[in-house]
Write a protein that binds this ligand. Structure first.
Ligand code: 13P
Length: 309
């Protein structure tokens, strides 16, 4: 099986406002995206489930648009949110006093079946708040550990609420830093090992009931103008992530790769032994950058060929 995840970040914002969307209306844009994804046949591949992670405001029109697609054309499509709050709504507990947060139960109520937890952009935001609160504290490892503890609470809330979870890990350019490839790899292993140990604590209890997938995204390879690692370099890290998951869970978790995943490299990356799928955001990194459903279809075709689907 090949798991494909798409993170639509804030791609609904029009170019006129500085975003990447060619459409003025976010609602019309997401309805078109869902329609085009279905029209490309991406909901029919039972062996290639496709989950779209959307900003909260787009979930309702997306779920609605998906419900209008014939059932056999949306079998393998799911809608998820881009994160959940570390606390949740509970019967007999908090009734929903969470202004501005995204409790997992609220996300489930509007139709999400999955959540992406701990994306690097969220980890960066949390780290920034912590650093600012601590008045310029620069112990990056301590801040990163605190962030992972928050991410862990979010992962647990999502799983408890019945959402499948993609949990993201990855190293910054500073964490990879300089030195020989062996020295870099040792630092990457320390960084990812810590992120996994803390972010995934207690999640083993949900295996079997929920899907739990790890997304490896080298942060320095995300977005336009970046060069993703060569497939062999990705394999080195994802093999480590898989081994670490076996040590933690007693079984290997599925691992997907994100960060500059595109038509040109999807086949080779999907063919790697420790890769079980991909995490895509932009499909076009030059010219009119953005997310184009027909280009996603090509990336998925390439990945399926690489994985032998
Ligand atoms: O952050 C990502 C997916 O969550 C990857 O982004 P790109 O595919 O745009 O590099």
């Amino acid at each position: 099986m090949l798991d494909i995840f798409v993170n639509l970040k804030r791609f609904e914002v029009s170019r006129a406002l500085g975003g990447v969307c060619g459409e003025g209306s976010p609602k019309v844009w997401i309805e078109n995206v869902i329609g085009q994804i279905a029209a490309c046949g991406l909901g029919k591949n039972a062996d290639t489930p496709l989950t779209l992670f959307l900003p909260e405001a787009l979930v309702i029109p997306a779920v609605d648009a998906l419900s209008r697609v014939p059932a056999e054309e949306r079998r393998s499509l799911a809608i998820g949110c881009q994160g959940v709050h570390r606390e949740d709504i509970r019967k007999g507990g908090n009734f929903g006093a969470f202004s501005s947060s995204r409790p997992a139960t609220a996300m489930k109520a509007i139709g999400c079946t999955a959540a992406m937890i701990g994306h690097s952009e969220e980890r960066r935001e949390k780290a920034g708040v912590i650093a600012a609160h601590l008045g310029g504290q620069t112990d990056a490892a301590a801040i990163s550990e605190t962030v992972s503890r928050l991410i862990n609470q979010e992962a647990l809330r999502a799983l408890e609420t019945g959402l499948d979870v993609l949990i993201c890990v990855g190293e910054t350019a500073e964490e990879r830093s300089t030195g020989t490839p062996e020295e870099q790899m040792r630092r990457v292993e320390v960084t990812l090992g810590r992120q996994m140990e803390t972010s995934l604590a207690g999640t083993a209890a949900f295996l079997g009931e929920r899907r739990l997938v790890i997304g490896y995204e080298p942060i320095w390879a995300i977005g336009p103008g970046k060069t993703p690692p060569a497939p062999e370099a990705i394999e080195q890290v994802t093999a480590f992530v898989k081994k670490a998951s076996k040590a933690m869970f007693g079984q290997e978790l599925p691992v997907v790769y994100g960060g500059g995943l595109k038509e040109e490299n999807a086949r080779a990356i999907a063919a790697l032994p420790s890769i079980d799928g991909g995490l895509v955001a932009l499909t076009r990194f030059t010219g009119e950058i953005g997310f184009y459903p027909e280009e996603l279809a090509t990336i998925i075709d390439q990945a399926r060929a690489g994985a032998g689907c």
